[in-house]
Design a binder for this molecule. Structure first.
Ligand code: NAI
Ligand code: 15L
Length: 268
């Protein structure tokens, strides 16, 4: 299968956990991978370019977008935090990114949204992307803004975006909740590849999860993306049960999909 359909891909958040996991994998998807973060993360190697930039700096974001054919946007605050850093990185930063994409003619974006856009749905519910956002904090709210912003740029300017509501993308599920939310790094790469290569992406919201037996999310509205997960949290289930206590059903973190995010941060 041909997966290299773009000459130059921009990866923001390249110094972060998922950026590091994707750096080598994404080289199969392009001729040149431009890596960006506000942190310095060392020199470019073969078929790489490095652009250190703060997403809140509109001029720097415009300049790093030159010659780019597609964007994987991972950069930003990735956990519940005070409002100002979220405002700078996730709200102003997302606006700067889409304005730069519009000005430089970039037509496809994969946006790292989060399950925390819908964190206040119960773990006993199965939801689709058509249901209203129910953010579980300022972080989830900022990702909901990014989803709406990208829809505006699709409706008005035709920039296609996949809003990938990533569950929990780590080497292994860390607790019982992550048995439902886990997304392996290889499946994350498969999902991004599907978003980059599907003929018509339009504006799509898709939940980023592996093929886990327990799930709270229905991706049937995103079949046109062609994402087929190949990993599953199920192989970790026995080990996770052995090392974690039984769930406390009176705890909001057990009741809601967002887990501990529903009771962290400035709302305590
Ligand atoms: P991370 O926190 O490890 O990486 C985020 C990167 O963004 C960092 O390298 C940081 O320096 C950079 N960044 C932050 N503010 C910036 C700014 N103002 N300008 C430029 N760069 C800035 O997060 P991780 O785990 O790699 O996640 C990547 C993306 O995926 C994030 O947007 C996160 O919200 C999203 N996500 C991740 C999940 C996961 O399970 N890892 C789950 C759901 C969403
Ligand atoms: C996220 O959005 C975070 O970026 C990540 O660090 C995890 O906490 C993940 O959600 C999760 O819900 O497990």
């Amino acid at each position: 299968m041909t997966i290299n359909v773009h000459n130059r891909i921009l990866l923001t958040g390249a110094a972060g956990g998922l950026g590091k996991a994707l750096r080598e994998r994404l080289k199969a998807n392009c001729n040149v991978l431009r890596l960006s973060d506000r942190l310095d993360f060392g020199p470019a190697v073969e078929r790489e370019e490095v652009a250190v930039a703060d997403l809140a700096d509109a001029d720097a974001v415009l300049s790093m977008m030159q010659g780019v054919d597609a964007i994987i946007h991972l950069g930003g605050v990735s956990v519940e935090s005070p409002f100002n850093p979220i405002l700078q990185a996730n709200i102003i930063g997302a606006y700067n990114l889409y304005e730069a994409a519009r000005k430089q003619g970039v037509k496809r974006v994969v946006f790292a949204s989060s399950n925390h856009v819908t964190g206040f749905y119960k773990q006993s519910e199965t939801i689709t992307a058509d249901q209203p956002a129910r953010p579980d904090g300022l972080y989830g709210l900022s990702k909901a803004f990014g989803e709406d912003l990208s829809r505006l740029y699709f409706d008005r300017y035709g920039i296609e975006t996949a809003c990938v509501r990533i569950g929990s993308s780590f080497p292994e599920p860390r607790d019982r909740r992550m048995l439902a939310t886990w997304l392996s790094f290889d499946d994350l790469h498969r999902l991004i590849t599907a978003c980059l290569t599907t003929p018509v992406l339009a504006h799509t919201i898709i939940f980023g999860m592996s093929n886990n037996a327990v799930t709270w999310w229905d991706n049937s509205r995103a079949r046109h993306v062609g994402y087929v997960p190949q990993d599953s949290s199920d192989v970790f289930r026995a080990a996770v049960y052995a090392k974690t206590p039984p769930p406390d059903l009176s705890d909001a973190a057990t009741q809601y999909q967002g887990g501990a995010f529903v009771r962290t941060g400035p709302f305590e």
